[in-house]
Design a protein around this ligand. Structure first.
Ligand SMILES: [Cu+2]
Length: 756
């Protein structure tokens, strides 16, 4: 249901358009598969194509110089990307707004490198640093009008909430949400309730990606309560890829990767006058317009009959996408590798894929799948198939998102490129990483809760209510609706008491689907967003029953759950949850094997209540978590942990955190990494004396060690921290000569020595 017309969004907030009544399609046979995937009979669009409607090429729109959009019918190109280096992805985002010639308000993120909505590629354990500037001129700030549950002020006078304590929000206020990332809701990370960045103000985000973050597709978008819809409809969304999915499922290793970003935007005033069933909103694919009903779809250029890895995000504000591929009159099988950022497992920790012919993506959801492209010359389309959102829901008519054109001569059209080479998923380069959600395979919920979606009869307020509480729109200054403790899992049943679909979404965590309409399902996929179908007006309320994962001790604080149809969220369909630290016994450290060391040095701590296995517990060096590396596998027991000093560690306390409780600390001095500037000679037989020069080669404790192919090379003569002398032993083999400043352990200081 569309509540704000395009013009109303710009001028008057809270003004409601009349609800559109949409006839329920006479017969859509749905067989519900686990977790909201549906097999759909009788695809109405299989033979239908809009490609014959050529659109006139519009004149250049000056708004494109601020927030560019692609011409209708363009080749679908993957977004430009920014990649982390040495554990950090740091960039600057400007948030911009412009009104285009069609009268629509566009919003966008522009990086300091001039890229709109770049794909942010990070690794598990990385830091994502965004220096954010709300570049909407302060003079453009409008006087905000109070809506239910919001305290507002004219935002021109307000300052950025550098401490996340804002109590007012306006149409030109903004912030960022990192949708799906299992990160902290702390200030400067993924806090959206009181982080309000006013026009002209700046704010720094430093988001710590967990070391066990699943590799997959996430996304970012604005989340200022009351104004999320207009900014997301305006196009301000982008993708985050957590790298390494080939290590979770080798089926994608080496495949070409295609990133497809679905957005929606308000209908123009001209489109609103078209008679007949119009969609609630128009769509676009990678900013190429999908303007129902007459348009030339964009073009996905592929090589013929080739396996590709398609990563699709529905970053719409309001539009459910019932995603499907047509090749000729058939629907090829999509081999699903990940849902909502999390690689699929079989319930026993083994990677697997799911097969489906269509995937229901409520706003916010992602799916990543392997597709075999059409043969050359075969007609094919990527489709948003018809969806019935209910008698009071928006229309989501079937729409081609793009034509898929397979040709041997355009073998890599539209794929992202680095130095002219199309990007493919790397080869497997790590054994199966720790599975963040493996404990859910055997977890039992300790608490059961019931929540329900409902709507005030005049459509002025939307609610998500914990059963037993009084329905009320979200209040940014209200107390939490739900309180839980970290280290637990809960079972929530979400029912829909309204005549339109809603999309349940919760920040910071993922959930599994246990039952649909009360009937148990076997579903090992993790999700952060799920569609809850509309009530018919009689009989039982449709529901989903979810296993909610609050086990991560780092996810402590207050955050939100809401309907991800943003017009509903803005009208109050959101609640807050406070996660308190765990009540389990606090860990205690009794000894540590060393209190100094450089990167890679091996360290053992002994103590009590450390937990039998690591699970979501952490051992940190001044806040930087240690983890297993290719060199050293961490060991963890209830009384002892052995690991190595992590990269980027700095001097400070070593502590262990178990289920949200942090131990006493041991002070630990981190020495600088050794750097080799020269070795001489670089080759020679056994007995050769080699001089290694550089900096910090030996730590202040005199612990330096040199290895060749991981075998110790003995010292000879005198040593200093800028020059080491070693003698190549009998039996040595050519390879990497490394300096370990703190004795045995990992080291990045390497040079090649050839034994001859
Ligand atoms: Cu909703």
């Amino acid at each position: 249901m569309r509540f704000l017309s395009a013009s109303a969004q710009r001028s008057v907030f809270c003004q409601l358009a009349l609800p559109l009544l949409v006839l329920t399609p006479a017969s859509i046979a749905l067989a519900q598969l686990p977790g909201g995937m549906h097999a759909m009979a009788a695809p109405a669009l299989a033979q239908e194509s809009y490609s014959s409607f050529a659109s006139a090429t519009p004149a250049a729109d000056p708004a494109d110089s601020v927030c560019a959009r692609q011409p209708v019918g363009s080749v679908i190109s993957s977004p430009s990307q920014l990649t982390s280096t040495n554990g950090v992805l740091e960039t600057t985002f400007s948030f911009k707004r412009v009104v285009d010639q069609a009268g629509l308000t566009r919003y966008c993120y522009i990086s300091n490198t001039g890229v709109q909505a770049p794909t942010l590629r990070v690794n598990p354990g990385d830091q994502l640093i965004i220096h954010f500037v709300n570049d909407i001129p302060a003079s453009a700030a409008v006087k905000a009008q109070a809506m239910p549950g919001m305290v507002m002020k004219g935002d021109a006078a307000a300052a950025a909430s550098s401490d996340c304590s804002a109590t007012s929000v306006g149409a030109t206020s903004t912030n960022m949400h990192f949708h799906g990332l299992n990160v902290s809701p702390a200030c400067h990370q993924d806090e959206v309730i009181h982080t309000i960045i006013q026009p002209g103000a700046s704010f720094d985000y430093t988001v710590q990606i967990p070391a066990n973050e699943p590799s997959g597709m996430y996304w970012y978008h604005p989340h200022p309560h009351g104004f999320s819809q207009s900014q997301v409809l305006g196009g301000a969304t982008g993708i985050i890829i957590v790298e390494g999915i080939q290590n979770f499922n080798s089926a994608v290793a080496g495949l070409p990767e295609r990133i497809l970003v679905i957005r929606d935007q308000a209908l123009t005033s001209a489109e609103q006058k078209i008679s007949g069933a119009q969609p609630g909103d128009d769509l676009s694919l990678n900013y190429v317009p999908v303007n129902y009903p007459k348009y030339t779809p964009g073009v996905i250029q592929t090589p013929p009959a080739t396996k590709e890895f398609w990563r699709v995000a529905n970053t719409s504000a309001n539009s459910l996408i019932n995603l499907e591929v047509n090749i000729g009159a058939t629907h090829p099988t999509l081999q699903i590798v990940a849902t909502d950022g999390v690689p699929v497992t079989d319930g026993s920790g083994n990677p697997t894929t799911l097969s489906a012919q269509n995937v229901v993506l409520p706003p916010g959801a992602r799916v990543e799948f392997i597709l075999v492209t059409p043969n050359a010359g075969q007609g094919a389309q990527l489709i948003a198939q018809t969806w019935n959102n209910g008698p009071q829901g928006d229309a989501d008519p079937g729409r081609p998102l793009a034509n898929i054109v397979a040709s041997a001569s355009t073998s890599d059209g539209g794929l992202p490129r680095t130095s002219g080479t199309p990007v493919t998923i790397p080869a497997v380069n790590h054994s199966l990483p720790p599975l963040r959600f493996k404990a859910l395979d055997s977890a039992a919920a300790t608490v059961q809760r019931n929540l329900y979606f409902s709507i005030k009869s005049d459509f002025s307020q939307f609610y998500i209510t914990v059963a037993g509480q009084t329905p009320a729109p979200f209040s940014m200054d209200g107390p939490p609706n739900i309180t839980v403790h970290a280290g637990t899992v809960e079972q929530w049943t979400i029912s829909n008491h309204s005549l339109m679909d809603h999309a349940f979404h919760i920040h910071q965590i993922h959930f599994r689907t246990l039952a649909i309409n009360g009937s148990p399902v076997t579903d090992y996929t993790e999700r952060d967003t799920i569609n809850v179908p509309h009530w018919s007006g009689s009989g039982a309320y449709p529901s989903v029953t979810l296993l909610m994962d609050f086990s991560d001790p780092d996810i402590v604080g207050t955050f939100v759950y809401h309907c991800h149809i943003l017009s509903h969220e803005d009208l109050g369909m959101m609640g807050s949850i406070q996660v308190l630290p765990s009540t389990s016994p606090a860990p205690t450290l009794t000894s540590i094997s060393r209190k100094y060391g450089a990167y890679g040095a091996v360290v053992t701590v002994n103590g009590t209540n450390l937990g039998a296995t690591q699970g979501n517990s952490t051992l940190t060096f001044n806040g930087v978590p240690a983890s297993s590396t290719s060199f050293y596998t961490m060991t963890w027991s209830n009384t002892s942990i052995t690991t190595t000093v992590p990269a980027r560690a700095t001097t400070g306390d070593v502590v262990v955190t178990v289920a949200g409780n942090t131990s006493n600390g041991f002070g630990f001095v981190v020495y600088p990494d050794p750097v080799i500037t020269r070795i001489s000679p670089t080759s020679g037989p056994a007995g050769t004396v080699v001089t290694v020069t550089g900096t910090a080669l030996m730590d202040p404790q005199g612990q330096g060690l040199v290895t060749l192919n991981n075998v110790t090379v003995p010292f000879t003569g005198t040593q200093s921290n800028t020059a080491l002398r070693v003698i190549i032993p009998k039996g040595a083999t050519s390879g990497e000569l490394r300096v370990h400043a703190s004795g045995a352990g990992d080291s990045n200081a390497a040079s090649t020595f050839t034994v001859n």
